[in-house]
Design a protein around this ligand. Structure first.
Ligand code: GDP
Ligand code: MN
Length: 454
């Protein structure tokens, strides 16, 4: 492995693996991997059987980064990294799920860039966890423990009342209804992860969860893309929240907007989250949010006064615990109200799966014939009635959509990434591939070379 592992003072080696709260209620949620099953009308699952038609025309969806400069092997030696890291909150017991995600991010992207990884945990990381992750990362890895005050019940929470409400939610089969640890996790991602000292020097982070997969080669630096195109919040999947978990979130947000109108951006994206084309104060929350298990975002969003005031206002209600407010709607509402709508970016080109949903880019030429992706576009969640793609498109209606590169160029990108792989294998200086036949010949010779060296 190329990267050296930097053991910060926050690492604690040799301590016991933490006990983990397994009392998680999973009932009431879709548990199948088969998309065709979950989209059938069924009153027991969360889907409505409406299909959003797939994009007809590339300009219909925001492809954004696809048209963005892809890395060229000749430039790889002097790549200037952004102040960014891959961030994973994870339990020791999830080590093998974590390994799956790390491997996936490394294979599809990071083995060319070597961005650092930051692992966070409310417990001390086990030696085993550290050993088994160090071998997979191509950049530095640091392991941070979360300060206790960021992962405990605030003093104003009435435990008895919380337990009763949790029981009630569990009896209605709400996913994680009875889990206190899940509530700490959601509150941590809403109000604290960005205050962890390991993130202090960063401008951007990419949130990676255990047990996730990327399906497409990422042949550009998404952090650089974010900075150069003034993007602040990037997502892959959007969907509707489970209503009973956020019963009073929207009225609380409206109250906040009433007392802090100065924080609302004049060109905000509220159409994405407010029902019936209404205003923030008149409308209801349509439950749409960006699925936060994948995020590529600027930390400036959270460090802003608007976000801090917003989080404090939410937190003092105690509803992260009395209800079960998720960090996904909390982040998404903030992004939709405090940012310019143009600062939000859909990484449409990133095939991604976090059970039970997959985003698989559609566009045979661009994504599939080119060999860039290997997911099944039939399983693309954007087509489900439970997705908020329709609302997202509506919100972006009058915004310019960046153009799509021609399939030819993307095919070229595939060839280039093949060369990069060879480079890694052979440890040679990269070659610039010539256009057309000459390039194919170069590639053939390079392949022969690699056999010769083996
Ligand atoms: P889901 O995706 O909503 O089903 O929730 P997950 O169980 O995947 O949790 C979300 C993220 O928080 C994942 O990265 C988990 O590894 C992490 N996580 C959840 N609960 C805990 C916890 O109690 N401790 C730690 N260290 N991480 C947690
Ligand atoms: Mn998860």
């Amino acid at each position: 492995m190329i990267g050296l592992v930097c053991l910060s003072s926050l690492i604690h080696l040799g301590t016991k693996v933490a006990k983990v709260d397994l009392s998680v209620v999973k009932a009431g949620f879709i548990k199948t991997n088969d998309f065709s099953k979950v989209t059938k009308p069924n009153k027991d699952n969360l889907f409505t059987p409406i299909f959003v038609p797939p994009p007809q025309d590339p300009a219909d969806y925001q492809v954004g980064a696809l048209g963005y400069e892809e890395f060229d092997i000749a430039d790889l030696e002097d790549v200037k990294l952004e102040k960014a890291a891959l961030v994973m909150l994870v339990r020791n017991t999830e080590i093998h799920k974590a390994r799956l995600s790390i491997r996936s991010v490394e294979d599809r992207f990071n083995k060319f860039f070597h961005y650092p990884w930051i692992f966070l945990n409310d417990q001390t990381f086990s030696t085993e966890f550290i050993r088994l992750t160090q071998g997979l990362v191509s950049g530095n890895a640091t392991y941070g423990e979360i300060p206790k005050q960021h992962w405990s019940l605030p003093h104003y929470i009435d435990r008895q009342s919380m337990r009763e409400k949790m029981k009630k939610m569990a009896s209605k089969n709400v996913v994680y209804g009875a889990s206190e640890s899940y509530r700490h996790m959601c509150r941590y991602f809403s109000g604290f992860f960005w205050r962890h000292p390991l993130l202090d020097d960063l401008d951007y982070y990419w949130r990676v969860e255990p047990d996730t997969q990327l399906f497409c080669d990422i042949t550009y630096d998404p952090f650089k893309f974010m900075r150069e195109s003034n993007k602040t919040y990037g997502f892959v999947i959007n969907l509707k929240e489970i209503a009973p978990t956020i019963e009073t979130l929207w009225p609380t947000v409206q109250q906040f907007v009433r007392s802090h109108p100065e924080h609302v951006h004049p060109n905000n994206a509220h159409e994405f989250i407010v029902n019936g084309h209404k205003s923030i104060l008149d409308g209801k929350y349509n439950l749409c949010h960006f699925w936060s298990n994948f995020e590529i975002a600027a930390l400036s969003m959270y460090r802003s006064q608007a976000y801090r005031d917003y989080f404090d206002a939410l937190d003092q209600t105690g509803k992260f615990f009395y209800e079960r407010w998720g960090d996904a709607p909390v982040h998404s509402i903030a992004a939709s109200l405090f940012l310019d709508k143009e600062e939000i970016h859909w990484f449409y080109d990133m095939g991604y799966r976090h059970s039970p949903f997959t985003h698989c880019p559609e566009g045979k030429e661009e994504f599939h014939n080119s060999g860039k992706c290997f997911c099944n576009p039939q399983q693309n969640f954007d087509r489900s009635g439970h997705s908020c793609t329709r609302e997202y498109r509506d919100m972006r209606k009058n915004l310019p959509t960046p153009g799509l590169r021609s399939a030819k160029m993307l095919n070229g990108a595939r060839d280039r990434s093949m060369i990069v792989r060879k480079k890694v294998k052979l440890g040679q200086r990269p070659l610039k591939l010539l256009p057309g036949r000459a390039g194919a010949e170069q590639l053939r010779m390079l392949e022969e070379d690699s056999y010769a060296l083996e």
